[in-house]
Design a protein around this ligand. Structure first.
Ligand code: NAD
Length: 315
């Protein structure tokens, strides 16, 4: 990677990825794009252009003018919001990937596309979920993620496009708030711990989902994109994870710093049903073997860092 265009760059992952890539590859080599300008202040003085990822011609023109050698496609509508607008979710999530892959084919760029634990569902083994297994998701978001995984493989095999990706679990971070997914509670719990000393969880006690701290999510992009292609047996949709969490596991970790922290529950049936259809814990051994995936943050290290940063940000 040398010159990188990011779509959806003003979201939870994109703002931090833009800054992270700018540190490594140089600010002048990053072009951040997004449909709206919300959170624009989060990317400092990195170059920004408005881009709706469904506009294939503008994506092509921006990538060509910028002489991008890599496109990171983060533009998406996430799981909980997706259920309120299925057709728009298909359009953004799937057309966005097709447009990105077409531009990559025409201009010869590399591509990074994240999938999600949402690509699993009915019939998937939920514990130690294998890399290659049944994928019958019940949400439109999950359907778009499976379609995206298949499209990425198709463009690699048919056209030789160097497209790579991971299946992210829930990402926990303190800079930009998440965009209406199902794992957002694991971010909100830290914000409310610092703001109010208490949190009401919309996910029920005992519901396991995989999570990852943002620094590891960012490092995964660079490690995978810079990996020796000869070692990649899979190219797309690598399972990656750092921890399998429930609300009460997070509570116990927060209590080590804030003994009076209180957690209660007001379960949202829509997001709870989505959570129950997703894996409890992923098997990420293919990512470990093929490109050296190894997260640096476990739960307690993440909790200490989240609380320290949010105390600075919110107080
Ligand atoms: P987000 O919702 O925070 O950000 C998405 C960004 O895309 C937003 O800035 C939004 O304005 C933008 N966007 C929406 N429609 C657009 C369009 N038509 N054209 C251009 N931009 C558009 O999401 P995120 O958490 O940063 O996720 C980025 C990617 O990672 C997505 O593919 C998502 O599915 C995947 N992912 C995220 C998580 C997570 O926990 N955050 C987990 C698994 C996978």
């Amino acid at each position: 990677m040398k010159r990188i265009l990011i779509t959806g760059a003003l979201g939870q992952i994109g703002t931090e990825l833009a800054l992270y890539l700018a540190d490594i590859y140089g600010k002048e080599n990053i072009l951040a794009t997004n449909r709206s300008e919300k959170n624009l202040e989060d990317i400092g003085d990195i170059r920004f252009e408005k881009l709706d990822v469904t506009d294939a011609q503008r994506l092509h023109d921006l990538a060509k003018d910028f002489k991008a050698d890599t496109i990171v496609n983060l533009a998406a509508i996430l799981s909980a919001r997706g259920e309120t607008m299925p057709q728009q979710t298909w359009k953004v999530n799937v057309d966005g990937i097709v447009n990105t892959l077409e531009v990559a084919r025409e201009l010869g760029t590399k591509v990074f596309v994240p999938s999600s634990i949402a690509a699993f569902g009915e019939g998937t083994p939920l514990d130690n979920t294998p890399q290659d297994t049944i994928q019958r998701p019940s949400t439109i978001y999950g359907v778009t993620k499976v379609a995206g995984e298949l499209l990425c493989d198709y463009y690699f095999h048919k056209y030789g496009v160097d497209v790579r990706g991971v299946r992210y679990p829930g990402i926990i971070s303190h800079q930009t708030l998440p965009g209406a997914g199902t794992t957002d509670y694991a971010v909100h719990i830290y914000y409310d711990a610092v703001k109010k000393g208490a949190y009401t969880s919309y996910i029920a006690e005992g519901t396991h989902m995989d999570m990852l701290y943002m620094p590891d999510a960012l490092k995964a992009v660079v490690d995978l994109m810079e990996a020796d292609p000869a070692k990649l047996k899979h190219r797309n949709a690598f399972n990656i994870t750092a921890m399998s969490l429930t609300p009460e596991i997070l509570e116990a970790s927060i209590k080590k710093h804030m003994p009076d922290f209180k957690l209660d529950y007001d379960v949202d049936p829509v997001r709870q049903a989505i959570a129950e259809s997703w894996p409890n814990s992923l098997d990420d051994s293919c990512a470990r073997e093929e490109w050296g995936w190894k997260p640096e943050y476990d739960l307690d290290k993440m909790t200490a860092d989240m609380l320290e940063n949010l105390e600075k940000k919110l107080k």
